[in-house]
Structure formats: C-alpha cells, structure tokens
Design a protein around this ligand. Structure first.
Ligand code: GDP
Ligand code: MG
Length: 346
C-alpha cells in the first residue's frame, strides 16, 4: 500500500490508496441542478443539462477518486408526476438509486420572490421535497444541498429555510452551494467523504463513468436538440446510436433521432437542414472533447410515434431498469485526458 513514509523525499506523489468508497445518489425534483452538479464535481461535462424539466432519463454514474475516497455519484431523473411509461421508468430509476445508495445527496433550491424590501425567500419546506426525502431510507446518511445560491446576494435570507429543512429529518450536513459557479464543491466532498463507508475502490481510479462512450454521444445529440426546441418537441425526442466504428484517427458514429410525431421531423431538420447540422456540429465537438479524437457524426431523423409509452420500444432504446452498480467493471468511460483514453469503451 502506498504510504508517505516509505517514499523518497523527492519522488512523485504516489496516488493515495482508497480507504472509503461508495455510491452517492443525487436526488431531488427536476431542474434543481443535479446534472450540473455532477459535471462540476467531475470537472467533465458528461451529464446533459437544459432548462427543460426531465432532461435526465437514465441513472448515470460519475466516478471521482480523490484524497483516498472514491465517490460513485449517481445522477438520477427528478421525481415527478409520470404521465407515460418513460416517466414511470424515470421515477423508478430515481427511487431505486435513493433506496440503494450509500449516501444520499438531496438537492433543492430556494423559491424566491421580489418584494419592495428586496428579494425574499420562501422559508417553508416544499411538500414534494418532503415526499422525496421520505423515499430515502432512514439508515442512509443524507447531505442536504441548497443549490443556486448564486441568485441570492444577501445569504442571511436563506437561514430560515436552511433551518426548516434541517428539521425535516436528521441530516449529516446542510450545505448552501452553486453548482453553476462551482461554489461549495469542496464542502460537498468533505461532508460526503465523512459518511461514506470504509472500503476498497469500486472502480479503477481513472474511470469516469459506468456508461460507455456511445451512450454519451447519443445524449450529447439529445442535449443540443433540447436546447433548441420548445414545448412538446423536446420531451418526445429519443436518440439511438446505430453504429460506432473507430480507427486510429477517427471515430465514425451514426445516430437516429426519434421524434414522437411526423410533424416534428421538419422542426428537427430545420430550413434546408440548418437545425440538424447545427445540432450535429455541436454534439460532435462535445464527443471529440470526451473521446480525445476526431469524430465523424451522421444523424438521421425518424418518426416513431408513441415510443415513450411502449415498453418494448423503451427497452430497445436502452431505457431499461439497471442492475445495481457492479464492482470494477472493465472497459467503461474514461476521461480523454488520461493515457487510458485509447482504451475507451464503446
Ligand atoms: P436537474 O434536472 O436537476 O439535473 O437540473 P440541471 O442540472 O439540468 O439544471 C437545470 C437548470 O438549472 C439549468 O438551466 C442549469 O443551468 C440551472 N442551474 C443548475 N445549477 C445552478 C446554479 O447553481 N445556479 C443557477 N443560477 N442555475 C443553476
Ligand atoms: Mg438532470
């Protein structure tokens, strides 16, 4: 085991052996900033984010190994009132993560209102937050985050709300943070690290996710569409990766964008194909960032009516219930910056 006392004074620092490790579920309503926080903690934008609720559909593990601790963060879809089978699947993913994690990071955001005396913060706990907190088993340690505090200049207006949340259940810590600005990240790691179980690493320390790279490429395409569309279009989009072929210089990827209605095809393709090519270009740049290699990305658009309420189609598209996080699974996503990128999984 690596130990400071046995290394020569000028030798490069040996990696600290992992002594604490476990799964850390990011739990909360849609749009409170769970995926933004995952990306901030990892320093890599793997989880897609948008201003639309229900952007995240899958449980995505983001792995961070630092200071002798391995955090397996589980980004989850926000709990919401499901209206179709996809929504039910998303709630089930969130519920399972809350039930099975070693530590729950519960996120919420303050509700603010402009008053003649300045910005005021609603000091009461939201009912839907109470319900979500109740889904976390009693024995699971909870670190409670109040996110988006960058929106509030005078932090003391938050105190009554922090106090109210502290009374709902026993929590290991309450931390005001800004996932967007990266404020409070160190405090999160410290507080979560304290309550993670002692044990060996679950994944290799340079691993970034339990999902293969091809999954993220599909997600990057979906993210670009979400950011450019409104109303019912974004919720009816699914992206499947049809092929992923690589050689030493280039990765060739072909994806299909499924839309819920024939009339949405034109919206996604845009005038003279402008929209689809802008989506493809932006998604390709993100894929190149993650893979550390040139990417050739082909996108097709297809109407698949009702896919989100059809169990068989959902399974085809990869929306299937996950097996619990396995130990040391080989060949998962690694950051492009490490030399391991050459062995990145598909
Ligand atoms: P999720 O549904 O909980 O995963 O939320 P996302 O991470 O997708 O974020 C939803 C929206 O909130 C996006 O538009 C983010 O940019 C925004 N957001 C997330 N964190 C913060 C924050 O700390 N401050 C502010 N002002 N906005 C944030
Ligand atoms: Mg999300």
């Amino acid at each position: 085991m690596a130990s400071k006392h046995h290394s020569a004074p000028n030798a490069p620092a040996a990696p600290v052996a992992v002594t604490r490790a476990g799964t850390v579920a990011l739990i909360g309503r849609p749009n409170v900033g769970k995926s933004t926080l995952l990306n901030a903690l990892l320093g890599e934008r793997i989880a897609i984010t948008s201003h639309h609720a229900q952007t995240t559909r899958d449980r995505i593990a983001g792995i961070l190994t630092t200071g002798g601790v391995q955090y397996v963060f589980l980004d989850t879809p926000g709990f919401h009132r499901a209206r179709h089978k996809l929504g039910e699947h998303m709630n089930e993913v969130a519920r399972a993560a809350a039930a099975e994690c070693d530590v729950a990071v519960f996120m919420t955001e303050p509700e603010t209102r402009n008053t003649p005396e300045g910005l005021s913060v609603n000091p009461t706990v939201r009912e839907d937050d109470r319900a979500i907190l109740a889904a976390i088993p009693e024995k699971t340690p909870v670190v409670l985050l109040l996110n988006k505090v960058d929106k509030i200049k005078l932090k003391q207006v938050l105190f009554p709300l922090l106090e109210a949340y502290g009374k709902v259940r026993d929590v290991a810590a309450i931390v005001p943070v800004s996932a967007l600005k990266g404020d409070g990240l160190k405090a999160i790691l410290t507080e979560v690290g304290k309550v993670l179980p002692a044990g060996d690493a679950l994944f290799d320390s340079e691993e970034l996710s339990d999902k293969p790279v091809r999954f993220f490429v599909g997600e990057f395409v979906r993210e670009q569409i979400l950011r450019r569309t409104r109303q019912e279009v974004p919720h009816g989009i699914a992206v499947t990766v049809e092929s992923f072929d690589e050689n030493a210089k280039l990765v060739r990827i072909s994806v299909t964008v499924h839309v819920a209605k024939e009339s949405h095809k034109g919206i996604i393709i845009g005038d003279g194909g402008k929209m689809l090519s802008a989506v493809g270009r932006a998604a390709r740049l993100r894929a190149e960032e993650l893979l550390g290699r040139k990417v050739h990305l082909e996108t097709f658009v297809r109407a698949t009516p009702g896919w989100f309420d059809d169990a068989a189609r959902l399974a085809d598209m990869g929306y299937v219930d996950e097996t619990p996080t396995k130990r040391k699974r080989a060949g998962k996503t690694r950051p492009a910056k490490t030399k391991a990128a050459a062995r990145t999984a598909r």
